[in-house]
Write a protein that binds this ligand. Structure first.
Ligand code: ZN
Length: 154
């Protein structure tokens, strides 16, 4: 676990709650807010970048709050993620979906995920613990492919 201060964690959770208010969810009525704590090499303290889920009349185009927050940070040149907080209305805990787990895991196994349980108590796990068998860049290497297909097998 990282050495996040209580103030940092609270600020992250508050940012996720604030982002939740901007969710565009006319179809599901299921607003979600997320916030990421990301290191910026040009600053002493990590930054918080938030996101909300955004739906579309073409349902498959909907994007989750977590991926909005991460892509906002990445588009600003920031991808050294420390933590991600996720909150949703009337649904606790609100776990990231499988797509978001994979998306977050792309940037490291140690990123922490914060959410609240049904009593409103904070829960934290690393992304590596939540998605232990993630598909990663190493799976794309020729060596990994050979491991999966020993001599002669395809
Ligand atoms: Zn998701």
């Amino acid at each position: 676990m990282s050495q996040l201060s209580e103030d940092q964690i609270q600020a992250l959770m508050q940012a996720a709650h604030a982002a939740y208010a901007h969710a565009y969810v006319p179809y599901s009525g299921f607003p979600v807010g997320a916030a990421v704590l990301v290191r910026d090499p040009e600053r002493a303290e990590p930054l918080i970048v938030s996101g909300c889920n955004v739906e579309n009349a073409s349902f498959g185009l909907a994007i989750c709050a977590e991926r909005v927050a991460l892509t906002k940070a990445i588009s600003e040149g920031l991808r050294d993620f420390v933590a991600v907080a996720v909150v949703a209305k009337n649904v606790t805990p609100c776990f990231p979906c499988g797509t978001c787990l994979q998306f977050i895991r792309e940037f490291g196994a140690d990123t922490e995920i914060f959410f609240e349980d049904t009593q409103g108590q904070r829960v934290r796990h690393t992304i590596g613990a939540m998605l232990p068998y993630a598909f990663t860049a190493k799976d794309l290497s020729a060596t990994a492919a050979q491991d999966l297909h020993p001599e002669g097998e395809q």
